[in-house]
Design a protein around this ligand. Sequence first.
Ligand SMILES: Cc1cc2nc3c(=O)[nH]c(=O)nc-3n(C[C@H](O)[C@H](O)[C@H](O)COP(=O)(O)OP(=O)(O)OC[C@H]3O[C@@H](n4cnc5c(N)ncnc54)[C@H](O)[C@@H]3O)c2cc1C
Length: 299
Amino acid sequence: MEVVSSGLPEFEYIHAESIEQASTFLLDESKDSRLFMGGTDLFVQMRAGARSPSLLVDVKHLPGMNDIQLKPDGSLHVGAAVNLNALARHEDVAEHYALLAEAAQSVGSYQLRSRATMGGNLCNASPAADTAPAALVLGARLIAQSGKDERSIPVEAFFLGPGETALQRGEILTRIEFPSPPKRSVGRYLKLGRNAAGDLAIVGVAVLGFPDDEAPSGYRFRLALSSVAPTPLLVPEVENILSGETMNDERIQAAARTAQQAAKPIDDVRATADYRSAMVEVYARRALKAVWAALRRDN
Ligand SMILES: Cc1cc2nc3c(=O)[nH]c(=O)nc-3n(C[C@H](O)[C@H](O)[C@H](O)COP(=O)(O)OP(=O)(O)OC[C@H]3O[C@@H](n4cnc5c(N)ncnc54)[C@H](O)[C@@H]3O)c2cc1C
């Protein structure tokens, strides 16, 4: 162990030899330890005095943590330490999970994305996490390991509140698993920030749509929101509205209003709750229309 200081409060740093060893450190109650990935959330929080861990446990270098694997069944496994540039630029992600690539690309600046990881984005559990709505509509599962035990958490059960997740003490997110996306699906992530240079979302909307012969409308849509509720939010009612009857502009408008009603925004430095609420309706409508137009063109 070495002591590091760089304008941050003093802390110890450990380059863990295994996930098992890392969870042992995290479980040690004599230390206030925290898992460390890119540090782009954690260091900001430590500088601001919001967190002051005495030990940072680094697992980025461990086997599998940086892997992106398209499996033979079409599912995608993303190591928790994969940085967001690597994710956005990976051939298989761009080809088969374009929505995820788009969401990863929307985070901050190039420099930030070369440090920031997908695991960190989800585990920090900010309501504004840009990869979370994509994970929600794609039906991701989060693989958490403590010691030798592993469990799989559906992403919709992962976010418990701002900064709070379903991870237990000592558990480490090791990878994110995405099931094979529905055939001929199309996704979009639309994000409203204060500027185009990389800012946290005022509102983010992810939509995944796909043809489905069993749906009366011939389509199914999933929609999730960021930055407008205590957690990233899946809005399942949208699926019912858009699968039930013939798709048209009125149905899309009704679905966008439903998303607006599901949102529970607050005022903060980036926007007022009223503005956010209005923008949920606008961005949900735009994202749904964009996906529907692409579905009609491609299918
Ligand atoms: C200038 C700036 C701009 C930003 N812009 C955006 C933006 O546009 N969109 C956006 O969504 N975010 C943005 N962020 C926030 C941040 O960059 C992202 O959330 C990033 O993905 C965090 O990843 P990280 O690897 O740096 O996490 P870290 O800071 O290392 O970790 C974040 C938290 O998660 C925990 N953690 C991390 N990995 C694991 C794991 N595998 N298992 C268990 N716990 C874990 C850590 O203990 C810590 O509490 C921005 C940050 C800055 C500083």
